[in-house]
Design a protein around this ligand. Sequence first.
Ligand code: SAM
Length: 260
Amino acid sequence: MKNKINTDYKVGDLIYDANIYDGLNTFLSDLYFYKKWLPKNKNAKILELCCGTGRLTLPIARDGYNICGVDYTSSMLEQAKVKASDAGLEINFIEADVRRLDLQEKFDLIFIPFNSIHHLYKNEDLFKALEGVKKHLKKGGLFLLDCFNPSIRYIVESEKEQKVIAEYATSDGREVLIKQTMRYESATQINRIKWHYFINGEFHSTQNMDMRLFFPQELDSYLEWEGFNIVHKFGSFKEDAFNDNSDKQIYVLALLGESI
Ligand SMILES: C[S@@+](CC[C@H](N)C(=O)[O-])C[C@H]1O[C@@H](n2cnc3c(N)ncnc32)[C@H](O)[C@@H]1O
């Protein structure tokens, strides 16, 4: 039977409008976690997949690391490059799709931060990205990623009403208000989130922010099937053990057969 399930990738342009993104995402609580797991040797090669505007890439480069950032949204990468050049940092930003990664080099640590794997809608998208990680990871290297722990309670509550989730000003002078609605599709495991943008007090547009959810046991299995050893699974960036109340799934992974 032909599969009629729609797993199209849908993220609206405004979601990854670089100034709107940077105005919203100013927190750095995940940075300290990622920094802690970097190799001590500053000559180590680090690869950030789905680096966006360089929120994490820049501070890691500022610490003296050799880091390369990959993303496929050119406007996000442009902003990352401008910020790096303003800060006097040399960072290799590469425009590429993480499902088709071929950088012809290997890295000591690879990470996919800030829920980015939720944009890998089909299993094959995730598997291709994981194959890419394996191909680019040095023997003895580490692979880190974080994503949400799906909360059925949160989804049920959020489906009931529209909620204001952010109100802020961008560096280019826009007053932004975002209201959120969502509808979870249980056949695809995609949470069809909509962000309704009001700019300078007027409704601007509704933008899709679809997120494929990964349930804990399935994600553990996918990672293991793809050849990764789960060294740690945390439930918060403070490294609490993953449990029933965890908002996040945060993995420290090595290649199978290797431990740290
Ligand atoms: C939530 S943002 C994270 C950005 C940045 N890492 C941060 O922590 O702020 C997700 C990023 O993933 C990128 N992205 C999504 N799917 C991708 C893919 N298949 N290949 C490359 N980049 C992708 C988007 O362009 C976006 O910049």
